[in-house]
Design a protein around this ligand. Structure first.
Ligand code: KIV
Ligand code: ZN
Length: 521
C-alpha cells in the first residue's frame, strides 16, 4: 500500500494557512546576518503590521542578547504570537518561558532530532529515550504556557513508524502545533506531501494539532515542498523574508504567500498577510543583514517585474496579463513616484512620510528629516519614494551613535596617487581629524577611520547599492565587520558614495561598541 498518498482521513477543513516567520531565529543563523536588538524590533514590527501570525523571535538560551531580543519583542508585539525556540531540556524550556512571558500570545517551540542519523551521531540517544524526551519536554513546556509547538528535527529523514509515534506522543502531551522540518532540504515535493499525508492517515490523534512544515532550500525546493505539504493538509508554514536562513536558507515567505494568492484556482488557501507590505519587509531585511536580493529573485528581485524583450513590452502594452501573473502593486512595488522637489514645503513632506509608513515620527525627527531632504534636493534633481526611505532610515540608524562623521574630503583619480582622504569624526563629543592614504579612495578613508578609532575588527563585506536609477542616485553602502566572533552590519546612504561608505563603516563600529558593551574606548 502507498501509505502516504491514500485519501486523507483527518485532513483539516480550514483553508487558512498560519504564517510562522522565523527570519529573526533561523534567518539570523545565516552566517553574517546577525542583527542587533533595535534591528530585530524594527523587523518584528514590520512583520506584525503585515499580518504574520507567529513571529519566532529567537533562541533565548543561546545568549543574553537572544534572550533580551525575544523578551523585548514579546513586550512590543501585540498582533502576532511571539515564539521562542528551546531544545528538549529543562534549562532551555525555562529560559524560553521566561523570555516570552510578557507576550500577549506566548508560544514555546521545543524540538528534538528524530532521524536515525541525528539520534545516533548528534544526540547519541536511543530512539526510546528520544520518544520519552518528546513527552517530557512538551509536558514541561505545557506547564509553562498553553501554546506549545513541537518539532521533529530532520523529520523528512525519519523512519515513518517512529515519526508517527513521536507525533502522537507530542500531541498527547499537549502540543497544539506539530512541525515536520525538512532540516537539510533533502525532500522532493511529492515525497514530502506523501510524508504529511502519511501522518494524517496513521496518527490517531492528529486532528487535535495543526500540522506545520519548515523546509530548507538546499536543493532549491523549500517553497515547492511547503506548498506540496499544504496540499496534503499542513496548515502552518514556517518561512523567512527573502528566504534567509541556515545554509541555502528557508522557504521564502513572499514566494509562498504570492503563490497562494496567485494560484487560488489550484490552491484555495488563504493567509493573513498584507502582500502590499512584502517589498518593504524585503528591503528592510536586506538592508539590515547586508544580504542583497538577487535581481532575478522571485517576487522581490529588482527584475521581478521588469520586461526587457521588445515582444514582451509590446504584449504588456496591449494587455498586462500577457506577461504579468501578479501586479507590482500587489507586492507593494509602486511605480517609482517622483515625490517632491526643492520647493516642496514641510507639510507636504510630513504627509509623504505618513504615506511611506513613518507616521509615528516625532516633530523633531520630522524637522531633522525635512532639513536632510532639502539638502538632498539641492544635490539631486528628482527625488523618489526610495530616496525618502533611505534618508529616514539613515537618520534612524544614527540616533544613538557615539562616533559620528563630521567631514570628509577625498583626493583620487589619475593625478592623485596614492588616493588620500582627510576625515573628521566626532567621538563621544570630541572632534578628531586625520589624513591617510590607501590603495583606493575607500581604503584611504577607512584607514583614516582606523587611525582615529583604533580597532582590530576585520572587514568582511563592503557592498554598494544604488537606491534609484541614474548617476545622481543615492548610494546605499553595507559594511560588515567581525571582531572576536561578533559580526555586525553597518549601513550608510548618501549621494556621495564615499560619504555613504564612511557612514556605513562608522555605523558598523557603533554597533560593535554596543556589542562589546564597553563604556570607554
Ligand atoms: O531546520 C530545522 O529543523 C529547525 C528546527 C529547529 C525547527 O530549524
Ligand atoms: Zn531550520
Amino acid at each position: 500500500m502507498n501509505e502516504g498518498t491514500s485519501p486523507m482521513s483527518k485532513a483539516p477543513d480550514s483553508s487558512r494557512i498560519t504564517i510562522f516567520d522565523t527570519t529573526l531565529r533561523d534567518g539570523e543563523q545565516s552566517p553574517g546576518a546577525s542583527m542587533n536588538l533595535d534591528e530585530k524590533l524594527r523587523i518584528a514590527s514590520v512583520l506584525e503590521a503585515m499580518g504574520v501570525d507567529v513571529i519566532e523571535a529567537g533562541f533565548p538560551i543561546a545568549s543574553e542578547g537572544d534572550f533580551e531580543a525575544v523578551n523585548e519583542i514579546a513586550k512590543a508585539i501585540k498582533g502576532a504570537a511571539v515564539c521562542g525556540l528551546a531544545r528538549a531540556t529543562r534549562a532551555d524550556i525555562d529560559r524560553c518561558a521566561e523570555a516570552i512571558k510578557p507576550a500577549l500570545r506566548p508560544r514555546i517551540h521545543t524540538f528534538i532530532s528524530t532521524s536515525p542519523l541525528h539520534m545516533k551521531h548528534k544526540l547519541r540517544m536511543e530512539p526510546d529515550d528520544v520518544l520519552a524526551a518528546v513527552t517530557t519536554s512538551v509536558t514541561m513546556a505545557r506547564n509553562l504556557t498553553d501554546d506549545v509547538e513541537w518539532s521533529a528535527e530532520d523529520g523528512s529523514r525519519t523512519e515513518h513508524d517512529f515519526l508517527c509515534r513521536c507525533v502522537e506522543a507530542a500531541i498527547n502531551a499537549g502540543a497544539g502545533t506539530v512541525n515536520i522540518p525538512d532540516t537539510v532540504g533533502y525532500a522532493l515535493p511529492d515525497e514530502f506531501a506523501g510524508l504529511i499525508a502519511m501522518l494524517f492517515n496513521r496518527v490517531p490523534n492528529i486532528a487535535k494539532a495543526v500540522i506545520s512544515v519548515h523546509c530548507h532550500n538546499d536543493l532549491g525546493l523549500g517553497v515547492a515542498n511547503s506548498l506540496a505539504a499544504v496540499g496534503a493538509g499542513a496548515r502552518q508554514v514556517e518561512c523567512t523574508v527573502n528566504g534567509l536562513g541556515e545554509r541555502a536558507g528557508n522557504a521564502a515567505m513572499e514566494e509562498i504567500v504570492m503563490a497562494l494568492r496567485t494560484r487560488q484556482d489550484i490552491m484555495p488557501y488563504s493567509s493573513g498577510i498584507k502582500t502590499e507590505d512584502i517589498t518593504k519587509a524585503s528591503r528592510l531585511v536586506s538592508a539590515i543583514t547586508g544580504f542583497t536580493v538577487q535581481p532575478n529573485k522571485a517576487v522581490v528581485g529588482a527584475n521581478a517585474f521588469a520586461h526587457e524583450a521588445g515582444i514582451h513590452q509590446d504584449g504588456m502594452l496591449k494587455h498586462a496579463g500577457t506577461y504579468e501573473i501578479m501586479t507590482p502593486e500587489s507586492v507593494g512595488l509602486s511605480k517609482s513616484t517622483l515625490v517632491l522637489g526643492k520647493h516642496s514645503g514641510r507639510h507636504a513632506f510630513a504627509e509623504k512620510l505618513k504615506d511611506l509608513g513613518y507616521g509615528e515620527m516625532g516633530d523633531n525627527a520630522v524637522q531633522d528629516a525635512f532639513k536632510r531632504f532639502k539638502d538632498l534636493a539641492d544635490k539631486k534633481k528628482d527625488i523618489f519614494d526610495e530616496d525618502i526611505i533611505a534618508l529616514v532610515d539613515d537618520q534612524v540608524l544614527r540616533a544613538d551613535d557615539r562616533i559620528r562623521l563630521s567631514a570628509l574630503e577625498v583626493l583620487c583619480g589619475t593625478k592623485h596617487q596614492p588616493p588620500e582622504a582627510e576625515l573628521s569624526l566626532e567621538i563621544d563629543g570630541e572632534e578628531k581629524s586625520c589624513k591617510a592614504t590607501g590603495d583606493g579612495p575607500v581604503d584611504a578613508a577607512f584607514n583614516c577611520v582606523k587611525e582615529l578609532f583604533p580597532h582590530d575588527a576585520n572587514l568582511q563585506l563592503y557592498q554598494v547599492h544604488a537606491v534609484t536609477h541614474g548617476t545622481d542616485a543615492q548610494a546605499e553602502v553595507t559594511v560588515r565587520l567581525e571582531e572576536g566572533g561578533r559580526t555586525v552590519n553597518g549601513q550608510g546612504a548618501d549621494t556621495d558614495t564615499m560619504v555613504a561608505s564612511v557612514k556605513a563603516y562608522v555605523n558598523a563600529l557603533n554597533k560593535l561598541l554596543v556589542k562589546r558593551g564597553k563604556k570607554g574606548l
